[in-house]
Ligand binder design. Structure first.
Ligand code: PLP
Length: 414
């Protein structure tokens, strides 16, 4: 029989003894960038192929011709149908697993697919989910939509102490964001995780703005680390995806939901994420550097009322960010309030040229968004106003353009 792939080459496949403990130990010691490049562990020795192919197939031959046994992936589920398992997706999951330092990881066809799967898996009628007030609008909206099935929602925070004080045994699950959207607050995950553990509450961290480069939520006591892969991890504004990292038992439960809902990432998008992943660190470092320079520039700009960026020395979140984040960088997103109110802000969005007025973040193009109409749209107006998400607020996700060009674009649009 011709073996197309070496036994060692198949990501998440238990197919023999070549996948040694030694290999696993070695890979655990590797740095973030090395894992970003090689963490998928795909290696077809027979073909000399170490790039992950796009397995555009719905189906797999169910029984191994040699053993007669069902083909299994590493998580010991059958490899037979791509709504359940797909080897391109598996390779991405393996790489994400390394970056998150998790036992297992699942990839979804959007960040929201990941969040909805967490909700469906975890919450039943009568149970309560506590969500940080300053979080992605649809995360809040979806939780509220579940009220019709008897799930209760509490919004708390966004400051650490308020969150800690709101967590008690009546709460089933807490959702926080490492760096909040759109005012870039950094909460103390250690304090929140400690409180969750004390009272037996499950902590889910949406790590989209920080990525596992800055912080690995599971290492801080979170139950689940979730990412919108659409953002920094994909990194090129050309795909939609999401991931969940957790312990193996939880992942198997979520896997059952993913199978039933049918929201697994498709292989082409998994390939695109795998293509973006190797440059995650250098992109993120550069985007953070440019964002810091722009934040400092805007801090002293006469057309700007206030700048929000955790990397500014006088930001109330600088100390926490500095303590928690692995690399001493603070991300590529900043927000600012334009003097002159709503009209000035909308005018800015119309005038920008290199920067595009578009609602995402983390990609190579710089994007300016109007939170009142995008990420924070799903929030109640009262909550928005209480948080200071005003009509003159702009969120800027910094891409890979030259900083001087971005300054010039901002300046001439103000
Ligand atoms: N979480 C955060 C923090 C986000 O900003 C977003 C999208 O903007 C999501 C989750 C949802 O991700 P997706 O758009 O990939 O569904």
């Amino acid at each position: 029989m011709v073996k197309h792939l070496s036994q060692r080459s198949l990501p998440h496949l238990t197919m023999g003894s070549e996948k040694t403990t030694e290999n696993k130990v070695k890979s655990q010691k590797r740095g973030f960038s090395t894992e970003s490049v090689h963490g998928h562990e795909y290696y077809d020795v027979g073909k000399g192929l170490f790039k992950v192919p796009i397995y555009m197939t719905a189906i797999w031959e169910q029984f191994d011709k040699v053993t007669g046994e069902p083909r299994k992936t590493d998580r010991n589920v059958d490899l037979k149908y791509s709504r359940e398992e797909n080897l391109t997706v598996n390779a991405l999951e393996k790489a994400m697993c390394k970056l998150e330092q998790a036992e297992d990881t699942l990839a979804f066809n959007s960040g929201m697919a990941a969040i909805s799967t967490i909700y469906l898996n975890t919450l039943t009628s009568g149970e309560t989910v506590l969500i940080t007030k300053e979080s992605y609008g649809l995360t809040q909206q979806l939780a509220k939509d579940l009220n019709k099935f008897g799930v209760k929602t509490i919004l708390a925070g966004p400051e650490t102490n308020d969150l800690v004080n709101s967590i008690d045994k009546h709460v089933k699950m807490v959702i926080i964001e490492t760096i909040t959207n759109p005012l870039l607050k950094v909460v103390d995950i250690d304090k929140i995780a400690k409180r969750c553990l004390e009272v037996g509450v499950r902590l889910v961290v949406d790590n989209t703005f920080a990525t596992p480069l800055l912080l690995k939520p599971l290492k801080h006591g979170a139950w689940i680390s979730m990412n919108s892969l659409t953002k920094y991890i994909g990194g090129h504004n050309d795909l939609i995806g999401g991931s969940i990292a957790s312990d193996s038992k939880t992942i198997l439960q979520l896997w059952e939901w993913r199978k039933k809902i049918g929201n697994i990432m498709n292989p082409f998008e998994a390939f695109l994420v795998l293509r973006g992943l190797p440059t995650l660190k250098i992109r993120f470092m550069q985007q953070s550097k440019t964002a810091k320079e722009l934040a400092e520039y805007l801090h002293n700009h006469k057309g700007i009322e206030e700048v929000f960026y955790p990397g500014l020395k006088d930001s109330p979140y600088f100390k926490t960010a500095n303590r928690l984040f692995n690399e001493k960088v603070y991300g590529g997103v900043l927000s600012f309030k334009i003097k002159g109110g709503k009209d000035k802000a909308l005018n800015f969005l119309k005038k920008v040229n290199i920067i595009k007025a578009s609602p995402s973040l983390g990609g190579v193009e710089s994007l300016a968004t109007y939170p009142v109409l995008s990420a924070s749209r799903g929030m109640d107006q009262e909550v928005r106003e209480q948080l200071g998400i005003t009509e003159n607020l702009i969120r800027l996700s910094v891409g890979l353009e030259d900083v001087e060009d971005l300054k010039e674009d901002i300046d001439s649009s103000l």
